[in-house]
Every structure is written in structure tokens, then in C-alpha cells.
Design a binder for this molecule. Structure first.
Ligand code: ARG
Length: 465
């Protein structure tokens, strides 16, 4: 602050300081201090370029860089005093730089504006968040592959409408999630490529009259090139929205898996037992073992999708170029990133820790006429019946078994023949769940050989990359 209390960064034309409520509304330092490291990195790249282009002297550039490095270590040691009066991370850093090196600090902001500065900082942050997400998704995929490998041939019921549909293998079910998280991974990689254009040097919106070199700063910060349009560079938050959209889809995948774990760990299913590390007890019912971790993961999509919608609504209808509305981008992304990371890590832990009840899976796989489709297929294959007719006959057999309160395989041959006289003894082979899953050899099918091929493909893909 200056002596009359006006802002030292932009207060020249003001006679009075902001109202306290304005300061509270305006300040972003409480959350954008998470951009400190990116802000300083961006500033060092900028000031190095300014000196290389002869816009400021090498000597000034050196002292600015030293000052910035000192500030970075103050921040990492937790010694930096963030001030709401100085609004945001950019002005907090610059004000401290001035304390440390004096008036020359003011040269840092040559050929730059907070508009391109914040876009650059935030992009760097989101890019790093995507890199961490990449690693975290891989950990979940590895835990799923581990499950799939062990249970490649374990039979279980496959569901549609949450009704037993056809027998499948545990490995196949786990691999379905590998495909889903694999798509999340490829979305992360696509987004990294698309967003990798550097806004720095776009200045307030129109570019600058100083002879800057945006290609050098872009390269120094690991971007593939500068943004081609300075107005777009400072107005664009697509990268944040895309990050949130990817996080939302991935959180939705996590939610579906979490939901299955909640169902599967119930006493009615007993397909899995979640490990002690990821379960909780009840304070009143001593027998309870609650899947809290899975439930919380199931819920995370709510806030992550909420952030996506929140930022989309902030951006909707904003005129070009920068508007202060855009300051509302960060909390949404930070919150989503923290919770996505937490959910991915917890899911990897749950999958690693849980035990699977192979016996319960197999028992459930053989119930509720799970191999009825196999029976119909046998009629088609052996008796050359059209599938519709075979479906009809099978329906009669299911009704017969239901009336006798037994399974299809418990019907006698005579009972089978009472529905269709050409049925022979070997129909019973088609009714075992093992033969059912082994027969589903079509590409992408549930047969253990196919599942193992997919596991190998993924393992190879993950190690080759
Ligand atoms: N704190 C601001 C934000 O997060 C930085 C940019 C401010 N730019 C401006 N023209 N006031 O968006």
C-alpha cells in the first residue's frame, strides 16, 4: 500500500482505498497462492527473455531472478506472508520482490499483464495436474489388472438391469474398467497436447510493442508454442474446462466401480470383502463393516461435475477478452483436482486391499437360469432352429424349472423333451457356467483366453509407453 492507502500496484489514479467488502470480494490470494511456484517460474522465463532481447539489462534481470528465487524458498519454507490487501499471488510476489531488491522490481512487469500472467500460471498448474492424474489413473489400472490376472477364469454372474444375465468371468469384469480408465488416460494425454500453447506475452489482450520473443518463453516453460492470438490467449479457459470434463468422466467411472463394490460387499452378495484399511465400523451396530471409502468415492463425482458446470456457467456469455469473472476458475479446478486425486488413490488402495470370494461368485453365477441363452444357442446350433424359436422353447423350459423350483440343469431329459422332443442328453453340457464362459470366444468376449489376451495387451501397452 502507498501512504494514502491506495494500491501500490495500480493505485495511481485512485484517491481512496477499496472498501473492506471490496477487498474481500476481490482478493484471490487465499486460493491462488497455490500458483506461487508456477508464477515465479513464469516470471523467471519472462525476465530472462526481456534481458536476452535487450529490453532490460542483464544486471537487472539477474537481481530480479535472485529476488524471485529467494521468494520461492520463503514460500516453500512457509515463511512468506501472504496479504489480502495485495489481492493475488502476482501482486504478493511483486510487492515482496520490491521489498527485497527495490525499485528495479518494477521492471519485471514490462511487456506483461496479469491477464497473460494468470493464464500462464494456471495452465502450468493444470498441465501438472494432468500429469499427476496420468500417474494416478495408471495406478488404478494396475490394481485392476492385478485383480483380472488372478481371477481371469473365475465365473460370476454378469448383469443387465442389475438382474443376472449371463455368466462372465471376474477378469472380464475388471477389464471392462481397465478400458474405461484407459479412455480417461487417453483423454488426459490428448488434453495435454491441445492445451500446450503459452499465453505469456499476450499482455493485457493486444500483444505488446516491446520486441519480446514469445517462442523463447514458451519453450522455457515447456510449451510447444505461444498462443497464436493474444485475445484468445487471455480469454481462454478451455484447458481448465477440459480438465474438469475429463475429471468428471473419470469420477463417474470411479463412481460406477465404487457402487459395484458397495453392492458386492453387502451380506446379500458377499462377492468381495473390503480390507480393514478401507472400511469402517458402526458406533451402535458392532457387526457392521461399512464400505465408507467406496461410498465417498461414489459421491465425489457430485462436486467434480459441479465444478465443471460451475466454471462453464462462469465462462458462458463472457465477452472477450479478460473479465474478473475468470478469477472464479481456480477454486473449482483446485477442489476438483484434490478430490479426483483422492478418489483415484483410494480406489487403487481398495482394489489392492480387498479379497474376492471366488466361491460366492461361482455360486451366484449358476443361479437364476444364467445359462438360458446357452440353452437357446444349443438348440440353434444342434437342431438348426431359428434363434427366435429357440428363445421361445427355452422360455418354456425356464417356466417349467421355475414351477418345479429347480435349475435348468436339474430338469430331466424327459422333462426337456416334453417341451421339445429332439433335445438330447448333451444339452446338459451347454448348461454349465464354465462351458458357458469358455464358449464366449468372440473378440472382446468373456472367455478366459480372450481375457488373458486383453490383460497382456494392456500390460504391454503400459510398459511400452
Ligand atoms: N487474480 C486475477 C485472476 O485470478 C489475476 C488477473 C487480474 N487481471 C486483471 N486485469 N485484474 O484472474
Amino acid at each position: 500500500m502507498t501512504k494514502d492507502g491506495t494500491n501500490q500496484m495500480w493505485g495511481g489514479r485512485f484517491a481512496a482505498k477499496p472498501a473492506p467488502i471490496m477487498e474481500t470480494l476481490n482478493a484471490s490470494i487465499a486460493f491462488d497462492q497455490r500458483l506461487a511456484e508456477q508464477d515465479i517460474r513464469g516470471s523467471i522465463a519472462h525476465v530472462t527473455m526481456l534481458a536476452a532481447q535487450g529490453i532490460i539489462s542483464d544486471h537487472d534481470s539477474q537481481s530480479i531472478q535472485q529476488g524471485l528465487t529467494t521468494i520461492l524458498s520463503e514460500i516453500s519454507r512457509g515463511e512468506f506472508k501472504f496479504s489480502a490487501e495485495l489481492e493475488d499471488i502476482h501482486m504478493n510476489v511483486e510487492a515482496r520482490l520490491q521489498d527485497l531488491i527495490g525499485e528495479v522490481a518494477g521492471k519485471l512487469h514490462t511487456a506483461r499483464s496479469r491477464n497473460d500472467q494468470v493464464a500462464t500460471d494456471f495452465k502450468l498448474w493444470v498441465r501438472e495436474a494432468l500429469e499427476s492424474a496420468d500417474a494416478a489413473i495408471r495406478t488404478v489400472i494396475c490394481s485392476l489388472l492385478e485383480q483380472a490376472r488372478v481371477g481371469a477364469n473365475w465365473v460370476m454372474p454378469g448383469f443387465t438391469h442389475l438382474q443376472s444375465a449371463q455368466p462372465i468371468t471376474w477378469g472380464h469384469h475388471m477389464m471392462a474398467y481397465v478400458e474405461m480408465f484407459g479412455r480417461d488416460l487417453s483423454r488426459v494425454q490428448d488434453a495435454c497436447v491441445r492445451m500446450n500453447e503459452c499465453p505469456l506475452g499476450a499482455a493485457a489482450l493486444a500483444g505488446t510493442s516491446y520486441p519480446i520473443d514469445r517462442h523463447t518463453t514458451a519453450a522455457a516453460l515447456g510449451f510447444s508454442c505461444p498462443n497464436a492470438n493474444s485475445i484468445d490467449a487471455v480469454s481462454d479457459r478451455d484447458f481448465a474446462l477440459e480438465y474438469l470434463a475429463i475429471a468428471s468422466i473419470s469420477a463417474m467411472h470411479l463412481s460406477r466401480l465404487a457402487e459395484e463394490l458397495v453392492i458386492w460387499s453387502s451380506a446379500q452378495f458377499r462377492f468381495v470383502t473390503l480390507g480393514d484399511h478401507f472400511s469402517t465400523g458402526s458406533s451402535i451396530m458392532p457387526q457392521k463393516r461399512n464400505p465408507d471409502a467406496a461410498e465417498l468415492i461414489r459421491a465425489k463425482v457430485g462436486r467434480i461435475l459441479g465444478a465443471t458446470v460451475g466454471l462453464m456457467v462462469v465462462m458462458k456469455g463472457l465477452p472477450l477478452a479478460y473479465s474478473k469473472d475468470m478469477q472464479e476458475d481456480k477454486e473449482q479446478v483446485f477442489d476438483a483436482a484434490d478430490n479426483w486425486a483422492l478418489a483415484l488413490a483410494a480406489m487403487a488402495g481398495i482394489l489392492h486391499d480387498m479379497s474376492v470370494n471366488q466361491h460366492a461368485l461361482a455360486t451366484a453365477a449358476g443361479t437364476v437360469f444364467a445359462t438360458a441363452t446357452d440353452l437357446a444357442d444349443w438348440l440353434v446350433r444342434t437342431l438348426d432352429l431359428p434363434f427366435r424359436q429357440a428363445h421361445h422353447i427355452t422360455g418354456h423350459l425356464v417356466a417349467l424349472a421355475e414351477s418345479k423350483e429347480c435349475d435348468l440343469s436339474d430338469l430331466s431329459l424327459a422333462e426337456m423333451r416334453s417341451v421339445h422332443k429332439e433335445i438330447t442328453e448333451d444339452i446338459f453340457d451347454a448348461l454349465t457356467v464354465e462351458n458357458s464362459v469358455n464358449s464366449r470366444m468372440s473378440y472382446g468376449g468373456t472367455a478366459p483366453v480372450r481375457v488373458r489376451e486383453q490383460i497382456e495387451r494392456w500390460e504391454k501397452m503400459l510398459t511400452d509407453e
